[in-house]
Design a binder for this molecule. Structure first.
Ligand code: FAD
Ligand code: DLZ
Ligand code: SF4
Length: 508
């Protein structure tokens, strides 16, 4: 009896559980470019191009390894528009009597797949996604009985469980976390290495042409598309990162510079999320760089914490909180997403730059996402659903399992603090300290009210005052509410009036 093995666009790993135990003589691997997945949100053009190009290369590698692959291209003449219809057509064509798939990374698709058995009339086995360090069940066990979830405790458990950066039972260097060393602004004269660049091969160029034609009205540029789309080129990107940028990753992890989104970051998240790189091999390479004396501990620990800690923790929260997690709106935020999130047309130099690099690369680094794009939406009280959609659309690494908790919980505090102990709200002085944005901005970061004051300043205090009923009882906000109370009443009023004027203008 032959089996249809469905591999999704973000499951491009030869060891994906859907391929476990494959009968090479009888089974067929199905991969399908489908309109539904390309348009359920209007993904950035580079994200679609990255996924399709990586899918086509992966299908070729499976064929070279002797597997039978049925591949549907988006522009095939007779094509299915949904994954379910692609499976149906493949069942008819191959005579397979059952389907095996690895669980998808979104509730939306998991719910759909759970109905396939009935709708298609064959057995459908949905296997666990074993690419993660922590299974969904293990995370549930970790969360059981805890009132609050904190990444730091989870991370320590994961260090012990995997042995990464451990000397026996103790953390290497005697401390679990070296974050205090990782908040330096970028020196003006520092040289930042370029990312590896490769010319698109014929397969990728064909995809770029297809995306340019079919998704012309989606956000984002295709020029300069430079994402690795094969395992081989992903391994080269990993190697270049570890050799050239990891040593400075820690020091400048939170720094921002106009026009330079990558700095010393890995730019590996699309590759890891799509299956081209495995989290363990990435962490092991980083640890080896420390043990070889090539990269300092604050860099390597900081980097491993992002993958072993944050990435796993965020995924755990997504599945733990269920499909309605993103619907909460703890701070009653209802404003529409400002149009400049798409156009980049704003006088705020920091936001204009983040939108610009996002359009050009489908990438911005963590602090740009959190402390500029996310922070502004938080302070302005933008509807969480609209912010979630923006983040899911614009980044090449965005899948709901990782995007949603980062946006909803971390950036917007819209879940009321499931894992963040307080909102990541900040005024312009944080952005000024960590970037070179403010020197090129028409607003004055030192001013707190008035036409030329930095909007982040008055919006920050307006946010604090406006959300007093939600946040005043939060112990970690006590100092901030004390400062607000001590402030001159006229000053507070002037800031709130500036905030109102600015926000009213946003709406028009
Ligand atoms: P580096 O800074 O070099 O970090 C190394 C790796 O750590 C990343 O490749 C990634 O795999 C992992 N990582 C770091 N931080 C996180 C985190 N908070 N959650 C999960 N993994 C993390 N990441 C996504 O992969 N997809 C998203 O859709 C996404 N949306 C985000 C939205 C917001 C509002 C915020 C604040 C963060 C979001 N992140 C998301 C997390 C993080 O910003 C990106 O993983 C990171 O910027 C990717 O770039 P990099 O590979 O250069 O990462
Ligand atoms: C992101 C994406 C896109 C753009 N297109 C496809 C596709 O055509 N076929 C496919 O199998 N997967 C695609 N993906 C990835 C899926 O959207 C992803 O598997 C789900 O969102 C679950 O994580
Ligand atoms: Fe952003 Fe304010 Fe600085 Fe302008 S002054 S770049 S708006 S933080």
């Amino acid at each position: 009896m032959s089996v249809l093995r469905l591999v999704l666009g973000d499951q491009l790993d030869r060891e994906i559980s859907a391929l476990d135990g494959i009968d090479e003589a009888a089974d067929t691997v199905l991969m399908a470019e489908v309109a539904d997945e390309a348009t359920y949100v209007r993904h950035h053009k580079q994200k679609i191009a990255f996924v399709f190009a990586a899918m086509r290369h992966f299908a070729g590698e499976l064929e070279d390894a002797g597997l039978a692959v049925r591949y549907q291209r988006l522009d095939d003449r007779k094509r299915a528009t949904s994954l379910k219809d692609a499976v149906r057509a493949a069942l008819n064509a191959t005579g397979a009597s059952s389907v095996i798939v690895t669980e998808p990374g979104e509730w939306r698709l998991l719910r759909d797949m759970e109905g396939w058995e009935k709708e298609l009339g064959v057995s459908v086995e949905i296997r666990e996604d074993t690419r993660f360090f922590c299974s969904r069940a293990a995370f549930e066990r970790h969360a059981e009985g805890r009132k609050t979830l904190r990444m730091e405790y989870f991370y320590r458990e994961m260090r012990k469980r995997t042995g990464l950066l451990m000397d026996g039972d103790e953390p290497v260097g005697g401390s679990w976390n070296f974050d205090a060393e990782n908040r330096k602004p970028l020196p003006a004269d520092i040289a930042v290495p370029d990312l590896p660049a490769s010319k698109p091969d014929e397969i990728t160029q064909e995809v770029l042409d297809l995306v340019a034609e079919r998704f012309a009205d989606h956000f984002g540029d295709l020029d300069g598309f430079a994402w690795p789309v094969t395992r081989r080129s992903a391994l080269i990107a990993l190697d270049r990162f570890v050799t050239e940028r990891l040593p400075d990753f820690g020091d400048y992890q939170d720094a921002m510079a106009a026009g330079a989104p990558f700095l010393f970051h890995a730019a590996l998240s699309p590759l890891i999320n799509a299956g081209l790189l495995r989290p363990m091999e990435v962490c092991e390479r980083a640890e080896q760089a420390y043990r070889d004396g090539h990269a300092p501990l604050n860099a390597v620990e900081g980097f491993i914490r992002q993958i072993l800690g944050w990435r796993e923790f965020i995924r755990g929260v997504y599945w733990l909180k269920g499909p309605d997690y993103g619907r909460e709106n703890a701070l009653d935020a209802t404003r529409d997403l400002p149009w400049f999130y798409w156009s980049g047309e704003t006088d705020m130099a920091c936001l204009a730059d983040v939108v610009d690099v996002t359009r050009r690369h489908a990438y911005a680094h963590h602090i740009q996402r959190l402390m500029v794009a996310g922070n502004f939406a938080l302070l302005a009280g933008v509807d969480p659903r609209q912010v979630q959609e923006w983040f899911l659309v614009v980044y090449a690494d965005a899948y709901e399992w990782v995007e949603l908790p980062n946006v909803h919980g971390m950036a917007l505090f819209a879940d009321g603090g499931v894992f963040a102990s307080k909102p990541y709200a900040a005024s312009g002085s944080y952005i000024d300290r960590m970037s070179d944005y403010c020197s090129g901005c028409r607003y004055d970061v030192r001013k707190r009210d008035g036409e030329d004051a930095c909007p982040f300043n008055y919006l920050y205090w307006d946010f604090v005052a406006r959300n007093s009923k939600h946040l005043r009882s939060n112990r970690r906000m006590a100092m901030i509410y004390k400062s607000l109370e001590r402030m001159d009443g006229d000053k507070v009023q002037a800031m709130r009036a500036s905030a109102k004027r600015f926000l009213d203008r946003l709406e028009t």
